[in-house]
Design a binder for this molecule. Structure first.
Ligand SMILES: *[C@@H]1O[C@H](CO)[C@@H](O)[C@H](O)[C@H]1NC(C)=O
Ligand SMILES: *[C@@H]1O[C@H](CO)[C@@H](O)[C@H](O)[C@H]1NC(C)=O
Ligand SMILES: *[C@@H]1O[C@H](CO)[C@@H](O)[C@H](O)[C@H]1NC(C)=O
Ligand SMILES: *[C@@H]1O[C@H](CO)[C@@H](O)[C@H](O)[C@H]1NC(C)=O
Length: 572
């Protein structure tokens, strides 16, 4: 009975998975009278605010939607003016229940602006009321008298009885202007071809194998077989002390990842749960496993700015003692592990918390960076934060992150890298890419440090993962990515695993492995008339086998980044 029900569920799941995108009208806006040609028809005010139609808004499509839609019509230049707002949630609304399909990823786009009544920055948000739940469809901070792009995405995985979209956020009394609101199913695969060609440009290099000791008459019968053993782009995962007692976990981990980060074992609350009571054993065990398998490591994290994550004994300290404790933490950790961790997240989530800054003053943040750098100069020091890349959090949007990093640098912090955690919902390529482009102007390496995606449907989860991995690989500012785990039961997020508890690789896991295969370059052919063999391949480690008659020569080499072709001499 139980077994047959299980089989039934699996068949059902596969059916759903193969059907959910059939007949979806990608790019078609579900908003009625979006261009306002027909007054406010189709719209209603949420609450007792007043809606009217005006002209003078942009005709161009907001960039993130433009990148998803390709060729499209211009916007009408008409917008909805919302006045008499007496609550933050008041704004223009539509009910769209019947227009949405389950498991389809919808992109949200609009121009928004503040009218009269504003003094200072206001949050504007496209909200989905899904039954009684609020779903974030994008959020932006608007401060000045110009139009701002708002963009986001959402997906519904359980049949709702009512879905309403509305634009809200500014304080009571502030007029709101909304133009060109679009909600459309996005074809996330459509972008992959472009991403592949970008990836080939930045992650590959030309190679010339030059043969010597080989008679020219033999060139054409000399066969060359090139196999890439490893791509050296950092692809890592989070691991925990408990995981590494599981042999199957360890097998998968060492086979498919070249970087690691520890879930909690390096955090202060783990290494010093009570003052003076140290526990480095778990971190040591994890580090040993990594070193034994030539897996590089990120140190996460020295401090964590968010109040709720700070252990009790630290909270109880007065300012003098807290300052001393911070110094001890830095000395203790970075002296013990000097040269061992390639990266450190110095003070996690500074855009979402301010425990140390509130207690110790603004300088403390820069001092943490400076001291860490003195104690372990070889380590790259990162900032690390969440909801940077998804358009849904005004506290940590790229603009705020840039300001924050510049501010740290101005105070002398040696910031060496930008961490984007990547706990993302229903990712859409152009939204993620837009954030990477913005952050890219700082010229610092960007890493996805805690990537996970979640869907109850493994095929959709696989698509989410593919979107993120391809965007990362295709973007020149991104220099590495870390998953926040892969094994069911050891994930911090539901419906995000790649391998189930019994060790079976699911659809998301299969997609991950297929991409890893795609990012290995293999090639074969004969030596040309110049005594050379040319190919283009991903950066990483290669093995070449050269065979002529019964004679065989092999060579291993590493293809590093570089603009000019790499020449490898092979003496036959
Ligand atoms: C809207 O309702 C509020 C009470 O919820 C009231 O104070 C306000 O005057 C109303 N505004 C309009 C324009 O009716
Ligand atoms: C709504 O606001 C406008 C000005 O924006 C004002 O003229 C009008 O009287 C208000 N209406 C109500 C019902 O309060
Ligand atoms: C190349 O071919 C010649 C005969 O054409 C042969 O004598 C020689 O051994 C070959 N060289 C190699 C490296 O196999
Ligand atoms: C801070 O607390 C310690 C004891 O925990 C005490 O000795 C010290 O005088 C206190 N410092 C200040 C400035 O209150």
């Amino acid at each position: 009975m139980v077994l047959s029900r299980m089989i039934h569920t699996n068949i059902l799941r596969t059916l759903i998975a193969s059907c959910f995108l059939q007949g979806v009208a990608f790019g078609v806006n579900v908003i009625e009278n979006s261009n306002l040609a027909d007054g406010t028809n189709g719209w209603y005010p949420l609450g007792n605010c007043t809606l009217s139609v005006k002209t003078g808004s942009p005709h161009i499509m907001p960039p993130m939607a433009r990148d998803s839609l390709g060729p499209h019509e211009l916007l009408s230049g008409r917008y909805i003016l919302v006045t008499n707002r007496t609550q933050t949630w008041m704004g223009p609304a539509q009910t769209i229940t019947d227009k949405l399909k389950l498991f389809v990823t919808y992109q949200v786009s609009a121009w928004v602006r503040l009218g009269s009544g504003s003094s200072g920055p206001q949050n504007v948000n496209v909200a989905l009321g899904v039954d009684n739940q609020w779903v974030n469809g994008g959020q932006t901070e608007v401060s000045d008298q110009r139009w701002h792009e708002i963009g986001g995405s959402f997906r519904i995985e359980k049949q709702p009885s009512k879905v309403m979209v509305y634009v809200q956020g500014p304080a009571s009394g502030v007029d709101l202007m909304v133009a060109g609101l679009q909600i459309f199913p996005v074809d996330r695969h459509a972008r992959f071809k472009y991403l592949k060609s970008q990836t080939d440009k930045i992650r590959k290099r030309d190679v010339t194998l030059k043969f010597s000791g080989l008679d020219a008459s033999n060139y054409s019968k000399t066969s060359v077989q090139v196999r890439q053993i490893q791509n050296n782009f950092p692809v890592g995962t989070c691991i925990s002390r408990m995981n590494i007692d599981n042999e199957d976990f360890v097998d998968f981990f060492v086979k498919h990842f070249n970087w690691a980060v520890f879930g909690n074992e390096l955090k202060w609350y783990w290494t010093e749960p009570q003052q003076g009571n140290f526990n480095y054993k778990d971190a040591d065990d994890l580090l040993n496993l990594c070193q034994k398998n030539k897996i590089e490591t990120r140190g996460h994290c020295i401090f964590w700015e968010v109040d709720g994550t700070v252990q009790q004994w630290i909270k109880a300290l007065n300012k003098t003692d807290l300052m001393a404790a911070v110094q001890n933490r830095l000395n203790g950790l970075l002296t013990r592990y000097k040269g061992k961790f390639n990266h450190y997240d110095v003070n996690n989530e500074m855009l979402h918390g301010s425990f140390y800054q509130d207690r110790l003053g603004k300088d403390i943040r820069a001092n943490m960076f400076k001291t860490a750098n003195q104690l372990d100069p070889a380590a790259t020091l990162f900032v690390n934060d969440y909801h940077v890349e998804d358009g849904c959090d005004t506290r940590s949007c790229p603009e705020k992150y840039i300001e924050h990093i510049l501010d740290l640098q101005e105070q002398g912090s040696p910031v060496g890298g930008i961490g984007i955690q990547g706990h993302i919902d229903s990712p859409v390529g152009p939204i993620v890419c837009s954030s990477l482009d913005k952050l890219g102007i700082l010229g610092l390496p960007i890493w996805f440090t805690e990537l996970d995606v979640s869907s109850t449907n493994e095929y959709v989860r696989a698509d989410d993962l593919e979107v993120m991995l391809r965007e990362a690989m295709a973007h020149p500012a991104v220099e590495g990515l870390m998953l926040w785990g892969f094994w069911e039961l050891f994930m911090s997020r539901d419906n995000s695993h790649l391998v189930n508890a019994e060790g079976e690789i699911n659809e998301a896991g299969k997609r991950f492995l297929a991409l890893k295969q795609e990012w290995l370059s293999h090639s074969h052919g004969n030596v040309d008339q110049q005594g050379q063999y040319n190919f283009r391949g991903f950066h990483g480690t290669y093995k070449v086998d050269i065979v002529i008659d019964t004679k065989k020569v092999s060579k291993t080499f590493v293809l590093d980044k570089g603009d000019s072709p790499m020449v490898v001499s092979i003496d036959f």
